[in-house]
Write a protein that binds this ligand. Sequence first.
Ligand code: UDP
Length: 270
Amino acid sequence: MTYQRILLKLSGEALMGQQQYGIDADRLMQYATEIKAVAATGVQVAVVIGGGNIFRGVQAEHFGLDRVQGDYMGMLATVINSMALQSALEKMDVPTRLLSGLTIQRVCEPYIRRRAVRHLEKGRVVIFGAGIGSPYFTTDSAASLRAIEIEADVVLKGTRVNGIYTADPEKDPSATRYTEITFDEVISKKLNVMDMTAFTLCKENNLPIIVFDMNTEGNLERLIAGESLGTLVTMTPNGDKQPSDSSAPSLLDPKHSGLQPLAGNQPEQA
Ligand code: UDP
């Protein structure tokens, strides 16, 4: 499968590298280098980066704070990471735009779907900051939602583990990796890929997910070049894109949302 448009999800936690908190400069440069290489091949790249290296909403209670306030703090953390990635990419002469789910007009554009698509068509790397801009969501959900909205071909979830395993490979040495798996199998086997909201969005909209190890240098490029890395999650066992269950149309499916189809990147027909 060759991709025209990808949504890369990077965790904020991975950005810490070996540190306990914040942004590791080497890791940041590694991510920017890999994104630059992929963008140079002509693939349109959108990125969502988490905020777990700075703040997560669930930590709010620990500080005696209100959860919603904590979630907004988490969203702002993703903006900090997004700004760092944007800056690293621009240092490497990669044109970028940062579009935020929260309005912070001095540093980023507000998220407007059509504008995001236009930037991508012009070859700019688009970074989506502040998640979806609402509390009680995660950046995985933001990645799924934005990917569907911009009609990305795939969500590439970069993690520190090289795919989905039968059990947690860091705890169970006998765990084996799936190269391919269906959405239904992930649910029936209770495997942890993304939070349920994020995962369901992908399933309902027939958007494949690849979980891969982003911390091994060159993996993103290898993946885009067609190497089978990590685990591919699709609707059917052979990885075909099949239409979702038409008896349960999703409001997020462009066919049902009233959104205009975007020129040049039509969803595949049944
Ligand atoms: N967050 C939110 N709404 C969103 C996206 C993120 O409220 O749409 C908050 C939430 O508190 C989350 C934090 O931002 O914990 C950081 O994002 P996340 O935990 O997804 O980052 P990651 O685990 O990828 O580093």
